[in-house]
Design a protein around this ligand. Structure first.
Ligand code: SF4
Length: 372
């Protein structure tokens, strides 16, 4: 892996096509018990310095003409921890350095605890199209175990606020929470579909360094996860939320276009600490440390070989309902897939796609492919 330390560093050629843009807001009100994302709690006094450094980073991409951005995603962390004045500053920085006139989608993540009507007003005025809300569960006991700041009442208020604004609402939900039952999971899904236009479901994974990992057994949770996932696969399509990716369900046409850019290996510029850009087959990783991001500007550069890139492309494509075109499949990969049980796949003359069962066992399929 190469490392670049250069204030003028920009991986772009002067003739860019449409890019996607991600901004990482590395601040949260409180650290949730299971979270291993790079985010800091209690550092609100650093938000203005983060914005100053974000502007320096964005300027490195400021070409003439400006790069056209097709999807924008503000993630974190907790973007709704930003005050409205800080949101104005963020959008000024992005507008000054990128061409946002061709946006087909603009999303921000939000937490039920900090999302306000003022945020919603700002998002509408600034052409945002989607809010991705960290609901996680609508059971108060489960929210407590996860260490979330909100309860189910607060989550419902936030969902109502977004839905009534006319913005598209994605709800994140977590399954295999200790103590969760199929009944509480079904209840969370049943309530969320009344508000959401898109649902992302994630299995709780206990990363070793998180507080929750000290009290619960990851292996046991993983075994339990299967039945929750299977229920979501059964229930959501009957309510018009079709599975279009391993973790994502939506009515046709509501798929998250920004995430599709990752899964189809399109170019993504990512700003902020721990953000990872992917540009023309090269990955650029910012340090997952705010002080290193502010002071050292050290970027890790990882160039994928054509073969690595192709294998990654196959794995990413398999995550989606569109699967892989046979002409993009390496012969070795085809041999491995042919040796696996037939019911993991749906095959047509042109494409091979994971079946619902294949989606449930996706991890073991990637493991076979990644070592090719
Ligand atoms: S709000 Fe999200 S990013 Fe922040 S600590 Fe909780 S899970 Fe992590």
């Amino acid at each position: 892996m190469n490392q670049n330390k250069n204030n003028n560093f920009s991986p772009l050629t002067p003739n860019p096509s449409l890019y996607s843009l991600y901004v990482h807001v590395p601040f949260c009100e409180k650290k949730c018990c299971y979270c291993s994302f790079y985010s800091l709690a209690g550092y609100e006094n650093k938000i203005d310095s983060w914005l100053e450094n974000l502007e320096l980073e964005a300027k490195r991409y400021n070409l003439n003409p400006k790069i056209k951005i097709k999807t924008l995603y503000i993630g974190g962390g907790t973007p709704t921890i930003l005050k409205i004045s800080q949101w104005y500053e963020l959008m000024r920085i992005l507008n000054e350095n990128f061409n946002l006139e061709n946006l087909i989608e603009a999303t921000t993540e939000a937490n039920p605890n900090s999302l306000t009507p003022e945020h919603i007003k700002f998002f509408l005025e600034n052409n945002f199209t989607r809010v991705s809300l960290g609901v996680q569960s609508l059971n108060d006991g489960e929210l407590k175990i996860l260490g979330r700041l909100h309860d189910s009442k607060k989550a419902l208020e936030a969902m109502r606020l977004v839905k009534n604004s006319g913005l598209l609402l994605n709800c994140d939900l977590i399954f295999a929470i200790p103590g969760q039952t199929l009944r509480t999971w079904a209840n969370s899904l049943k309530t969320v579909i009344k508000f959401a236009s898109h649902i992302s479901t994630y299995q709780l994974t206990l990363e070793p360094e998180t507080p929750l990992a000290l009290n619960f057994d990851n292996e046991k949770l993983n075994e339990d996860g299967y039945k929750f996932y299977r229920y979501a696969q059964y229930y959501l399509p009957r309510k018009n939320f079709f599975q279009y990716e391993i973790s994502n369900f939506s009515p046709d046409g509501n798929e998250c276009k920004h995430n599709l850019a990752y899964w189809t290996q399109e170019n993504v510029i990512a700003l902020g600490p721990s953000a990872v850009s992917y540009i023309d087959g090269v990955r650029y990783k910012n340090p997952a440390s705010i002080s290193k991001y502010f002071n050292e500007n050290l970027i890790e550069r990882e160039k994928l070989s054509p073969r690595e890139s192709k294998i990654e492309k196959i794995i990413l494509a398999f995550r989606t309902k569109w699967g892989v075109n046979y002409k993009d499949l390496l012969p070795e990969a085809k041999k491995i897939l042919d040796s696996m049980p037939e019911d993991l796949f749906i095959k047509s003359p042109e494409r091979i796609v994971l079946s619902p069962r294949g989606m449930r066992l996706g991890n073991s399929i990637w493991c076979e492919l990644i070592d090719l």
